[in-house]
Ligand binder design. Structure first.
Ligand SMILES: Cc1cc2nc3c(=O)[nH]c(=O)nc-3n(C[C@H](O)[C@H](O)[C@H](O)COP(=O)(O)OP(=O)(O)OC[C@H]3O[C@@H](n4cnc5c(N)ncnc54)[C@H](O)[C@@H]3O)c2cc1C
Length: 432
């Protein structure tokens, strides 16, 4: 069951230092593994860009567990095992006539890993993916199973975005809804001035809106608008058709072919665009489930900013374009609704995600991030837990009102520090 490894994350910028990897075939095997380990962590689909998943002991990957996708149509929930990826879950839900409220840009990410870091898609009324969690089953330090349900356990709000610190998630129950269709339309070369003058109008103009930008110049490269075609009322359309021909959107015009967020790259691996209606499972992510990049030549960072500071924070980043743009492949702006999950970057505030897909030059990226950290500090920017960040632990503690409560929760669940790792020592406990 266990083997020696020298394994890397998806981006290749982290080599896991764990001397052992284990692939349990059942929850019982996982329980034995956890009970007997001195140090252990779960490894998801390896899409994080830092050492958050690593351990000095055993890395347990749950992709050997059957997904066991079980829909409760009466309660509108689905329960899945801890290694399930969104691509698998979304296809099965759609087959059964159900939907998740949202997806991240890529469907190949594991549900448990995404939820653990507060991974999100976009949409003014859409909470991050962790907000769909109605219950989790954890294998805790002594190997026993602990079930935590929303509305029943006072620990729930601290246990969902938990950075792997409380135990290994063996099963999750998520909210679902009846399946819906989505159209996706891309607009190009929006006028920055118009976008910033009408920022709320832009971001609320569809169920999910993403703006792709290099943070420089006078135009926003692309806006991706994902509209629900059912009776959902949370997003209207502010597109206009001038002269009865090509639709426009805040100075941008509708793309006439499939687009990729990166300039000059073919859009064939991206989900269907051009306003063609189709299932949520084939539209809410940016990239197709059939296209599985096994590794990436990129790094990513992201800051979550309170909605009221969005325009000022964007102006600040545009002012740093001399430093940022040369290191950048593309930037993205998304919106995420407020939640109550203690370590969620959206805890207690509607947020805007300011994202950077970087060329893989880590030292240069970290230098730029230190500058961005200080420039965005007045806006209480919270870094994405799963991406590259340089924020000081002392700063992180001040950004999360329930930070100390989470530390106490982790100490209660994991008194011997079985799930603690270098990342947690650094970010939660300030031990370098
Ligand atoms: C190409 C790409 C696109 C991305 N797009 C987005 C996006 O659109 N939006 C966004 O917000 N983020 C995005 N991310 C970031 C990504 O969603 C997060 O880093 C996420 O946490 C990765 O999940 P994972 O399953 O790969 O987990 P890993 O990177 O393997 O692990 C992440 C954390 O989850 C924990 N974990 C994993 N499984 C379990 C489990 N069963 N029990 C307990 N803890 C567990 C790990 O211990 C670790 O702490 C993207 C990343 C990539 C590479």
């Amino acid at each position: 069951m266990e083997q020696l490894v020298e394994e890397r994350n998806w981006a290749g910028n982290v080599t896991y230092r764990a001397p052992r990897m284990a692939r349990p075939r059942s929850v019982e095997e996982l329980q034995d593994l956890v009970a007997s380990a001195a140090r252990i962590r779960a490894l998801g689909s390896r899409h994080s860009f830092n050492d958050i998943a690593d351990t000095s002991g055993t890395l347990a990957t749950l992709d050997g567990l059957d997904p066991q996708i079980s829909v409760d149509a009466a309660r509108l929930t689905v329960t899945v095992s801890g290694g399930t990826r969104y691509a698998t879950l979304a296809a099965e839900l759609q087959r059964q006539g159900f939907a998740l409220h949202n997806l991240a840009s890529l469907p190949h990410i594991s549900v448990a890993g995404a939820v653990s870091t507060g991974t999100h898609g976009s949409g003014d009324s859409n909470g991050n993916l962790a907000t769909a969690v109605a219950g989790i089953e954890l294998v805790t330090a002594d190997g026993s199973i602990h079930t935590i349900r929303r509305g029943e356990s006072p620990d729930f709000d601290g246990s969902v975005v938990a950075l792997g610190a409380l135990g290994i998630v063996s099963r999750l129950t998520l909210d679902i809804e009846p399946a819906f269709d989505v159209t996706q339309t891309v607009f190009e070369n929006l006028a920055w001035d118009q976008v910033l003058d009408n920022f709320d109008g832009v971001m609320s103009s569809a169920y999910s809106v993403s703006l792709f930008t290099s943070w420089s110049g006078t135009t926003v490269d692309q806006a991706w608008l994902k509209h629900r075609t059912d009776s959902f009322t949370g997003g209207g359309s502010d597109t206009t058709t001038e002269g009865g021909s090509i639709p426009t959107f805040y100075g941008g015009t509708a793309a006439t072919g499939a687009r990729h967020p990166l300039p000059g790259v073919s859009g064939r691996n991206c989900t269907q665009q051009l306003g063609v209606s189709g299932p949520w499972s084939d539209r809410l992510a940016h990239f197709r489930a059939e296209f599985t990049p096994s590794k990436g030549e990129e790094l990513q960072s992201e800051y979550l900013i309170p909605r009221e500071h969005a325009v000022d924070a964007i102006r600040t980043l545009r002012g740093l374009s001399d430093v940022v743009t040369p290191l950048l492949m593309i930037g993205e702006i998304r919106s995420i609704a407020e939640d109550n999950l203690w370590l969620s970057p959206n805890y207690g505030r509607d947020g805007i995600g300011l994202h950077f897909t970087w060329h893989p030059d880590q030292p240069a990226v970290e230098a730029a991030l230190r500058l961005i950290d200080s420039e965005l500090a007045p806006f209480a920017a919270r870094p994405h837990w799963g991406k590259v960040f340089t924020s000081e632990p002392s700063t992180l503690a001040t950004l999360y009102p329930r930070f100390d409560d989470f530390i106490a929760l982790a100490a209660r669940f994991d008194p011997t520090g079985k799930f603690r790792n270098t990342f947690l020592e650094r970010t939660l406990y300030g031990n370098w």
